[in-house]
Design a protein around this ligand. Structure first.
Ligand code: CMC
Length: 429
């Protein structure tokens, strides 16, 4: 702590400590403000509020920088496996060979889901959205592993909960998909890698093996890495705030999945494809839809555009756009919505409305086109985001517990009625 901030309120001066992160980002510490002054701060949407000190992910929105534990996203997505990145996020360092084998083996051994859980699937209506199914299945895991209730257990026990989640979430996600299309569930296979196993559970049939295309496997690995963490976003903050009441990890992650589902957050990847399809069906006139997005009387927004933090470009979008071209070329697919997406981007990036508001394509703008090319149905897109984000949620929950953070409890400014007396019904007319 080198500087302090001064606040003058009603003629009285208060000194507030300033914190500096390892990349020189600065924060004024207001934890004692209420006690000292009687005032709280007001910041809807937490646009300018640091909720924690975290050593997991560094993000510089102005310069389009994203690092996991110090490693640039460009290097990790090019060279690492998703499992290595998950280890890095959760444990803090890249694994050596022995550590990676331990982690991989433990996850492989826990991919089976308790058979009793299959009965839940029978209760969901046809067409149930897989995000709703996944969120409730993950919450249900806490009933199968009640020992997870206490987050203050020895690390070995908590570690088992983390490994179980990493292991079972792809199984539950693929099962949700199979059930939704009326196909029998495909069980996990221990001989496959994490991503191969997921693809097999999604696409194999009891009557027919699924041949895993290395191009598809590569693309999935990259997409999961690019989604693995993104510091204190809506779903991660949800995981931390639920966990701050000492609720167990399964429930906290289940709440994170619910938060991710919304179209302003992870649900945007589904919304982007639906939007592109709508534009295509409407004749493909991108200018018309750009005008609609700018019109304040029209609720339409350009999905996959804009970001709370990135104000020049989203580094993930850059990588995904290239991956999208590569995957479609290598699979020999021509998807007309990719042409529409590129036209929209081109027009929007020159339009003063988008330029002035610093609205750029985000991670979700091109990811859906890749998912579609590799055979993932639209309703599963946000589930894919959740699979990628899982190690980030786990790492953030673990950090929150280890830092002994207090229960999350924001304040408010009350704008309701002043005190009034209750009147019995006959007097109210
Ligand atoms: N299309 C048209 N106008 C937009 C858009 C958009 N996609 N995004 C923001 N704006 C306008 C907004 O109307 C506002 O204009 P004005 O200043 O005239 O009122 C201005 O830009 C600032 O927008 P905001 O809503 O105050 O910005 P925010 O930081 O609160 O919201 C956002 C960020 C991502 C929710 C928003 O940009 C959005 O709704 N984008 C579309 C949904 C989307 O793609 N979400 C995925 C985010 S990335 C994945 C993830 O990590 O969750």
């Amino acid at each position: 702590m080198s500087e302090t901030a001064k606040l003058i309120l009603n003629g009285k001066e208060y000194e507030l400590p300033v914190y500096e992160g390892t990349e020189n980002e600065k924060a004024i510490d207001i934890t004692k403000l209420l006690d000292q002054t009687g005032y709280i701060t007001l910041d809807s949407g937490y646009k300018n509020t640091g909720s924690t000190k975290s050593a997991i992910t560094f993000l510089d929105g102005d310069n389009g920088i994203l690092w996991y534990r110090g490693y640039p996203i460009e290097q990790l997505s090019e060279y690492a496996s998703f499992i290595e990145v998950a280890y890095l996020l959760i444990y803090g360092e890249l694994p050596n060979a022995k550590e990676l084998t331990y982690f991989q083996n433990s996850i492989t051994q826990h991919t089976l889901v308790h058979e009793d859980m299959k009965r839940f699937y029978e209760a969901y209506p046809t067409g149930a959205h897989p995000m709703g199914v996944l969120s409730s299945m993950i919450a249900s895991m806490s009933t199968f592993y009640p020992e997870a209730q206490n987050p203050n257990r020895p690390f070995k026990d908590i570690e088992m909960t983390m490994h179980r989640l990493m292991a079972k979430m792809p199984t539950l996600a693929a099962q949700a998909h199979k059930v939704s299309i009326g196909h029998p569930i495909i069980y996990p296979r221990n001989s496959f890698s994490y991503t191969q196993n997921f693809l097999n559970m999604m696409f194999a049939l009891p009557t027919e093996d699924y041949e895993i295309d290395p191009v598809v496997d590569d693309a999935l690995n990259k997409l999961l890495i690019l989604h693995a963490d993104h510091e204190q976003n809506c779903s991660t903050s949800t995981v931390r705030i639920v966990g701050s009441s000492q609720s167990n990890l399964y429930s906290s992650v289940s709440a994170g999945i619910a938060a991710l589902w919304g179209p302003l957050h992870g649900g945007a990847n589904q919304a982007v494809i639906e939007m592109l399809e709508r534009i295509k069906a409407d004749g493909g006139n991108t200018d018309k839809w750009i005008e609609k997005a700018k019109d304040k009387n029209d609720s339409f927004r350009l999905m996959g555009f804009g970001h709370r933090v990135y104000k020049n470009f989203d580094p993930r979008a850059k990588i995904i756009k290239k991956a999208c071209d590569d995957v479609l070329n290598r699979l020999g697919i021509h998807d007309p919505v990719l042409d529409i997406a590129k036209r929209l981007e081109e027009v929007a990036l020159q339009d003063p409305y988008f330029v002035e508001r610093k609205l750029y394509p985000n991670v979700d703008f091109y990811s859906g086109i890749i998912y579609r090319a590799i055979g993932i149905p639209t309703e599963m897109f946000t589930v894919m985001f959740a699979l990628g984000r899982l190690p980030g949620w786990i790492a953030q929950w673990k950090e929150m517990v280890e830092q002994g953070e207090p229960i999350g409890r924001p304040r408010q400014i009350y704008t309701g009625a002043n005190k009034r007396d209750y009147m019995p019904m006959p007097l109210r007319g």
